[in-house]
Design a protein around this ligand. Sequence first.
Ligand code: ZN
Length: 348
Amino acid sequence: MQIKKLISFLEKIAPASYQESYDNAGLLVGSPEQSIKGVLVCLDSTEAVIKEAKQKNCNLVIAHHPIIFRGLKKLNGKNYIERTIISAIKNDIAIYAIHTNLDNVIYQGVNSKIAEKLGLTKTKILAPKSNLKKLSTYVPIAHAEMIRKALFKAKVVYEDSTFSSMGIDTYLDYPTDGKLKLEVHFQEASQKQLLKILTDYIAPKEFRYEIIAIENQSAQTGAGLIGELSRSADEKAFLKRVKKIMKSSCVRHTALLGKKIKRVAICGGAGSFLLPRAIARNADIFITADYKYHEFFDADGRIIIADIGHFESERYTIDLLSDIIKNKFSTFAVHCTDEMTNPVHYLT
Ligand SMILES: [Zn+2]
């Protein structure tokens, strides 16, 4: 089976367009046409992981974090990123990253896995996205189907988010084929690509369009999750439980508030930007990672912030991805990495 088929399946769960603008998720190394011998799933595709992939006869590494994040101008092997890419290319190993797009989905996402591990129910997206837009334009009827197919193929829009309606365009004279009004819903991040595709099919002088913001917030995409414990828990006992479940060596947290914990906000990885949302939605505790000293003050007696470690918060993403793939495909082996890629060590 070709890599592109697996990617297409994964991106039905976490569409590439859901990634944040700073991200670089996607196929980073290798050809989408390559056929899969075996898959190795990890959080960080380090040099050691590429070596492990080779040993396990895997020619596709699926990582949560993109090893290429900023632009790479040279490949001389002067740092771990360049060495990893060189090693992957030399060994014909592809690297695919599924990052903030997997963070931003409610089903089968990074945070839903944490919620499942912590036993949260009634989970909802903590900061729903409202970055949907609608474009309306007029296309020649003869081209309409081709345009729709091109948009689906590029995953700029989805089949259930396009609408066509008949109308009469008096601006240009089309006596033979007429025009169709085409309306599509798309993620803000895809706007440039959407316009590019449309200009491939519609002559510039005929291309008139309008774009409006859709104000609905999506209940299914966005950052972080909030949920409830089935039974309120004592603060300290809950923190200990979280530490144990997430296998954290150290949990750094703000002062306990002497209240029971019922509502729990979570965000795998660096989540401090979500604290105002967690407070506004009455979370008793916010579990995340990468908190800095001064940011802890922002709890201000209103919530408990618990930093459980970046790697620790996302560790079950490896099982999540491996299970998703194994449940769907059986023609190639899927392994979870045995490498401990957490760069942070704790002196205990
Ligand atoms: Zn992360």
